[in-house]
Design a protein around this ligand. Structure first.
Ligand code: G6P
Length: 368
């Protein structure tokens, strides 16, 4: 496989720009776009309606895709989901109801802790489904069901296109689960599939904001700390934003559920603290805005990532607003992932760090 950077300065930037194409490829694989239906993996060894529970284990960015999926599975399929960091899951000796579904998410398919979690789940009578980018990997080989992310080889250590492809697979699976459990009817399925089909186009729109984001990154690169806030499916995106920023730029960053602000992080907020608020105009937008007001009242420097309606209703002075188009709420994580990737990328470029090979990090962690 010949892999080069093309016209891009870094593999990471190239991979960020590949997202419309690879997400389109992945969604086309799992969704029957012409008929507005999810294409299930053939011959699932379980019945969605009888499934007692879903468990998810993964590491790093893959874990954050899993955390996003928890919101989708619970909402679309009304099924309880346990999600855990694989290094915790593998040693916790958690009881598992036999016949449950274990989902492992991994770009490389070789992450040691994720593999150990898979083996534990198998020993404990779970159906194991892998969402992996490398179909020949150990995790793919040892799983009962494999749903590949069709992202192509990912070279940048910080995962980008693998993440959005994982989200595309997991959203498709959650719609299938909702259908299988009778909480999604054909009209809902059609609507959700059509929303998913739009994701590549919106990702493309998000990429057009790169120049504006590069400007914002100039001020971020001077900050010693950055806080990211979000609620619902924007909470994992806040975590992903903070993870990416610290990995690439070495700036201390933390992601928080916006509602947790007053339980700790607000103590850190002063005029020197940039706070990136991920707030699409969804059913919990108002709640996030009220957290944002608490930040503003303490002089925190707000960088608001929202959509057109959200920008209109924010009623607050932010130092910067990144405005995405209004889009269906189901796909917001797939699209909002892009600005947080670009913020981290450009802050790192501004600081002159090694974007594709950040210090102390490895692409694939095959040892504990
Ligand atoms: C490393 C990489 C991350 C990745 C994580 C999990 O930390 O730097 O980008 O998210 O491993 O890897 P996996 O291959 O299991 O997705």
């Amino acid at each position: 496989f010949l892999v080069d950077k093309g016209n891009h300065r870094h593999f990471m930037l190239k991979e960020i720009y590949e997202q419309p194409e690879v997400v389109a490829r992945t969604t086309a694989h799992y969704l029957d776009m012409a008929n507005g239906k999810v294409r299930l993996p053939a011959d699932l060894p379980f019945d969605w309606a009888k499934l007692p529970r879903i468990s998810i284990a993964a590491c790093g960015t893959a874990y954050l895709a899993g955390l996003t999926a928890k919101y989708w599975f619970e909402r679309f399929a009304r099924i309880q989901v346990d999600i855990d960091i694989a290094s915790e899951f593998r040693y916790r000796e958690t009881p598992m109801v036999p016949g449950g579904l274990m989902i492992v998410v991994s770009q490389s398919g070789e992450t040691a802790d994720t593999l150990a979690s898979l083996r534990y789940a198998k020993e404990n009578g779970q159906h194991v489904l892998a969402v992996v980018n490398v179909p020949t990997s150990t995790i793919a080989r040892e799983s009962h069901i494999v749903m590949p992310t069709l992202g192509g080889p990912e070279i940048g250590v910080a995962s980008t296109k693998a993440f959005t492809c994982q989200l595309a697979v997991l959203a498709s699976l959650a719609i299938a689960a909702g259908k299988g459990r009778g909480f999604i009817d054909e009209a809902d399925e059609d609507r959700l599939v059509r929303a998913m089909m739009e994701a590549p186009r919106y990702i493309n729109e998000a990429l057009k904001l790169e120049g504006h984001i590069a400007q914002i990154a100039k001020s971020l690169s001077k900050a010693p700390n950055v806080l990211y806030l979000g609620r619902g499916t924007s909470y994992p995106i806040a975590l992903e934003g903070a993870l990416k920023l610290k990995e690439l730029s070495y700036i201390h960053a933390e992601g928080y559920a916006a509602g947790e602000l007053k339980h700790g992080p607000i103590a850190l907020v002063d005029e020197a603290m940039p706070v990136v608020v991920i707030a699409p105009y969804d059913r919990i937008y108002e709640k996030t805005v009220s957290n944002m007001q608490e930040v503003a009242a303490r002089g925190g420097q707000i960088i608001l990532v929202t959509d057109e309606k959200g920008a209109e209703h924010a009623g607050i002075d932010s130092i910067a607003t990144i405005v995405l188009p209004d889009l269906p709420s189901t796909i917001t994580p797939l699209v909002y992932a892009v600005p947080v990737q670009l913020i981290a990328y450009h802050t790192a470029v501004e600081m002159g760090t090694d974007v594709d090979q950040p210090r102390n990090l490895a692409k694939s962690v095959t040892v504990e």
